[in-house]
Design a protein around this ligand. Structure first.
Ligand SMILES: Nc1ncnc2c1ncn2[C@@H]1O[C@H](COP(=O)(O)OP(=O)(O)OP(=O)(O)O)[C@@H](O)[C@H]1O
Ligand SMILES: [Mg+2]
Length: 315
């Protein structure tokens, strides 16, 4: 039984046992997909850190503007005054020790660990259903990434149907991704930065009438190709994977998919269905969101036993 399957089973068990969802931020990360999947993947190689010298040119796509580097990024992205929701934007909170931050640090270190084995920079965050914590997870993950000195992250709201990241960050939603996909803006005019150094944000943009059409029109891949050299991580928030196809289209432009499962909430059959929307090799892990405090030791124990198992398998 794969660990992702075990994680889904665990979420189902919790759902059966517990009643009620914790009121405070609480996120447990579960172990990632089987090492054998990675070992067999043709994609496997170490990714070099993305830090680009400020004068380094970008390879540039023909006919779409000249080379650019970090200087251009800083000069052209809009410095905004964000008013983040301090209850859920955990790293924009004056209180550093707020519940949930440690779990995001753990998630970050697992992603770095994973990155030693595969190309991993463009990360899609999705879930089976609405309201499971995709935006919460993607935004806090982007924040924890830039807490490490010199790391630069780009957070993209690719949920063109029900965009929320701009509300969580307390900023405006346009111009943004949909405007770029329509060919009305370039990559820098849709980028914002706020109070956290090195965190850049592309909001959803002006209301899109046909999100599926826009997401699939090929320009998203182009956008990612163009900005990728400037960032260490690109984290993409998405609509739920079961009701609409946007997430599976987005996944094709990414290196990996993180599936958020809400503890006591996500029906396991729908989580499995979501999982099936993505090729096995692109699903890199499951984030179990909203666990009760009692469940955390279990999650940790669970990870420890995975570590032991992995070590045994290696030996
Ligand atoms: N672990 C958590 N602790 C506290 N609040 C949380 C947690 N996870 C999510 N929330 C809150 O629950 C609500 C739903 O979360 P979020 O918006 O991240 O879900 P979503 O999966 O992105 O939903 P949608 O599919 O509608 O975009 C938000 O108000 C969010 O702040
Ligand atoms: Mg969302």
């Amino acid at each position: 039984m794969s660990r992702i399957h075990e994680a889904l089973k665990k979420a189902e068990q919790e759902r059966a046992v517990n009643q009620g969802i914790p009121s405070q931020a609480n996120l447990a990360t579960t172990p990632f997909a089987d090492p054998p999947v990675f070992a067999e993947s043709p994609k496997l190689h170490t990714t070099a850190p993305a830090s680009v010298p400020s004068s380094a040119p970008h390879s540039g796509m023909p006919g779409l503007g000249g080379p650019f580097g970090v200087d251009t990024l800083l000069a052209r992205s809009a410095q905004m005054e964000w008013k983040p929701d301090s209850t859920t934007m955990l790293f924009m909170n004056a209180d550093e020790g707020v519940r949930g931050t440690e779990e995001f640090r753990t998630l970050r270190s697992r992603l770095y660990h994973l990155r030693e084995k595969m190309t991993l920079k463009k990360l899609l965050v999705t879930s089976a259903l609405p309201k499971e914590g995709k935006s919460f997870t993607s935004s806090n993950l982007a924040q924890v990434m830039v807490r490490q000195h010199g790391r630069r992250a780009l957070l993209i709201d690719a949920d063109l149907r029900a965009p929320r990241l701009h509300l969580m960050l307390g900023t405006k939603s346009d111009p943004g991704l949909s405007d770029y996909l329509l060919g009305e803006q370039d990559e820098f005019s849709i980028m914002q930065r706020g109070p956290l150094e090195n965190l850049f944000f592309i909001p959803s943009g002006t209301g899109a009438t046909d999100p599926a059409e826009l997401i699939g029109n090929g320009r998203l891949k182009l956008l990612l190709q163009r900005v990728e050299p400037l960032f260490d991580w690109i984290i993409i928030d998405s609509p739920p994977a079961v009701p609409v196809s946007d997430a599976s289209v987005l996944a094709k432009a990414c290196d990996g998919v993180l599936l958020v499962v809400r503890s006591n909430s996500t029906p396991v059959d729908l989580a499995r269905k979501a999982r099936q929307e993505f090729p096995e090799e692109s699903l890199i892990g499951v984030v179990l969101n909203g666990t009760s405090e009692d469940a955390l030791p279990y999650a940790r124990y669970y990870y420890e036993s995975y570590q032991k198992k992995a070590a045994t398998t290696k030996a």
